[in-house]
Design a protein around this ligand. Structure first.
Ligand SMILES: [Cu+2]
Length: 156
């Protein structure tokens, strides 16, 4: 009985390890926009580079009741924001989530995101075979893109 359990545990651990190794996605320059009291939604941004082609299919965080993958694009002369079911990540090509483009939308915030704190995010990826893997990241909360060239940097 105990032996069987150990074997199963070992097998599960082995599978998990293989899954993580294969679906590794590099997460760089992540940040979330700080919010003020009463603000219920904000965006989180980062650069994702997948070793093998995969798709970002979900995001969750304990700080928000609901988190979605959003895209912004021009519809005629109006900038529209909408939820998308998945974001394609081609192999070895950086996909940037940034203001005015793809972003992670954190909604129903439980409390304001204070500058200089950090937000834990769980990213769910689904590869070409339909295998889902999750990756935990923690991104800093700030008021503008950390490297300074964001259009939001000079708003106030
Ligand atoms: Cu959005």
């Amino acid at each position: 009985m105990k032996n069987t359990f150990n074997q199963i545990a070992g097998l599960v651990a082995g599978l998990c390890f293989a899954g993580v190794a294969m679906a590794q996605v590099k997460v760089e320059s992540g940040w979330a926009r700080a919010t003020v009291q009463g603000q219920k939604a904000t965006g989180a941004f980062m650069k994702l580079t997948a070793a093998q082609a995969t798709r970002l299919v979900a995001v969750s965080t304990p700080v928000a009741g609901l988190a979605e993958i959003h895209e912004m694009k021009m519809e005629g002369s109006v900038m529209q924001m909408r939820a998308v079911p998945a974001l394609d990540l081609p192999a070895n090509r950086a996909v940037e989530l940034k203001p005015g483009s793809y972003h992670l939308m954190l909604m129903d915030l439980k409390s304001p995101l204070m500058k200089d704190s950090s937000v834990p995010l769980t990213l769910t990826f689904k590869d070409a075979k339909g295998v889902e893997t999750q990756q935990q990241v923690s991104v800093p909360v700030t008021t503008a893109m950390p490297n300074g060239h964001a259009d939001g940097a000079h708003k106030h």
